[in-house]
Design a protein around this ligand. Structure first.
Ligand code: ATP
Length: 302
């Protein structure tokens, strides 16, 4: 069964002479959390506005829950909730009253849904408090509750942790992880900081200057960040020979360490050294940081 719920194909958008999106294509599959990563001005909000219907599509297509025609998209968008940057809240009203107003937009009056949602986002205890007195993190969680009011299958959040303190970030992260894990909601979340989304996303869509640089899973990202294995032994000369004969590598000697490239992991290397009776004094994976990998991608894209 194809579990693609959102498919963007060849999206191009210009503002006068400025190309904000250049042939953007990617897919979103059910039950996953996508980190949509790009520097300021990369095109994240423009893409999200096209998906949510807040801006028109000049070229390319958006297919949501299998629908890409105008009428079908309007219907499909009812299965989607979104929060673009900070939520629009009525500060003099309570969290509960804000949710009630949002629910009315969908023509719904189910009070129990509001109570459940407030508990779900951890605002049950403060539901009757004035929103103007809330911290930024609480306001963002209320914004997420508002995006969830119509029980969406897909949640799209544009920079939801912007400006949050570390505690606020953790609260939002825990909430989003649980919405995906426990409620099966697919999430697309944009940010300009890869490390911020590393603990949250299962997949990454990287955009820069309006172009998609890379789409990859967390496992792929991890493997790209592992560049080589470092080995130190009592006899590096013998170890190099053993690696060559064992088809592991390529490998080279860097001062007192051997650098082993290719697909071999530390386990393969340790096993081979053990079999050849070579004493290993150090064995580790060398990893690029996420920032290094991302900057490299940006460099290549430019
Ligand atoms: P940020 O993280 O700063 O929000 P972003 O990745 O969301 O950045 P967009 O807001 O999508 O980036 O902007 C993409 C490009 O399009 C930028 O160069 C921006 O200046 C330009 N742009 C966006 N909206 C408009 C507009 N209404 N008029 C003119 N140019 C625009």
């Amino acid at each position: 069964m194809d579990d693609t719920i959102l498919k963007i194909t060849g999206l191009t958008k210009r503002y006068g002479a400025k190309t904000a999106l250049d042939n953007v294509s990617f897919e979103v599959k059910k039950g996953r959390i996508y980190g949509f990563i790009g520097e300021n001005g990369a095109g994240k909000t423009t893409t999200i506005r096209a998906i949510t219907g807040l801006s028109s599509i000049e070229q390319g297509s958006v297919e949501l829950f299998g629908k890409s025609d105008k009428a079908g998209l309007i219907h499909a968008r009812r299965k989607m909730g979104c929060l673009v940057e900070h939520p629009i809240l009525e500060l003099h009203k309570s969290a509960k009253e804000n949710l009630k107003s949002q629910q009315l937009l969908y023509g719904n009056k189910d009070g129990s849904r509001i109570e459940k949602l407030l508990e779900r986002v951890g605002l049950g205890d403060v539901k009757n408090k004035k929103v103007g007195d809330f911290s930024l993190g609480m306001k963002q969680r209320l914004g997420i509750a508002m995006a969830l009011i119509n029980s969406p299958e897909l949640l799209i959040l544009d920079e939801p942790v912007n400006g949050l303190d570390p505690m606020g970030m953790v609260e939002v992260r825990e909430l989003l992880l649980s919405l995906c894990r426990d409620d099966g909601i697919t999430i697309v979340i944009s940010s300009h900081i890869l490390t911020e989304l590393y603990q949250l996303a299962t997949d990454y869509i990287m955009i820069s200057h309006g172009r998609i640089l890379s789409t990859l899973t967390k496992d792929e990202l991890d493997s790209f960040c592992t560049t080589h294995v470092i080995l130190e032994t009592e006899s590096n000369g013998r170890a190099l020979e053993a690696l060559k004969a064992g088809g592991i590598g390529p490998a080279d000697l860097d001062e007192n360490s051997i650098r082993i490239f290719g697909n071999a992991g530390t386990k393969d290397v340790a096993k081979l050294m053990y079999e050849k009776g070579i004493l290993v004094t150090h064995l580790a994976k060398h990893e690029r940081t996420l920032e290094e990998y991302y900057m490299e991608l940006l460099g290549r894209g430019a």
